[in-house]
Design a protein. Structure first.
Length: 120
């Protein structure tokens, strides 16, 4: 198979997308792409750029977040921290509510006691 200048340039410019993607784009076999790449010393190792932090990574981006693994971990940690804050706030509200109720019960008890004294 004859490689045109266009194809060779495409190979160089899209090397980070991997052999399969280039083969599909140029309509040739993966093997042909690999042979040309090795002939011209082009690395076909697939790379991804994380849209969140801008780092280039050799590991696929998360299918869930579309980010690199570090960004995905950070986002998960942020979510957990948010959950912890919400739970802590709930506990504080419950404690406040319990104290308030306790205070009211005490007042009620004292008021009843005063009433009983007057009735005697
Ligand atoms: Zn990232």
């Amino acid at each position: 198979m004859y490689w045109t200048t266009y194809m060779l340039r495409y190979l160089e410019e899209h090397a980070d997308e991997g052999a399969e993607a280039i083969a599909e784009a140029l309509g040739c076999s993966v093997h042909a792409v690999e042979v040309q790449a090795s002939r011209y010393g082009v690395s076909l190792r697939k790379r991804w750029r994380c849209p969140r932090c801008g780092m280039v990574t050799f590991r696929p981006l998360s299918t869930v977040t579309g980010w690199c693994s570090n960004c995905t971990k950070e986002a998960r940690r942020d979510r957990i921290a948010e959950e912890v804050r919400a739970l802590e706030e709930e506990v504080r509200r419950q404690e406040r509510e319990d104290r308030e109720r306790q205070r009211l019960y005490s007042r009620k008890h004292r008021a009843k006691k005063k009433l009983r004294k007057r009735e005697k």
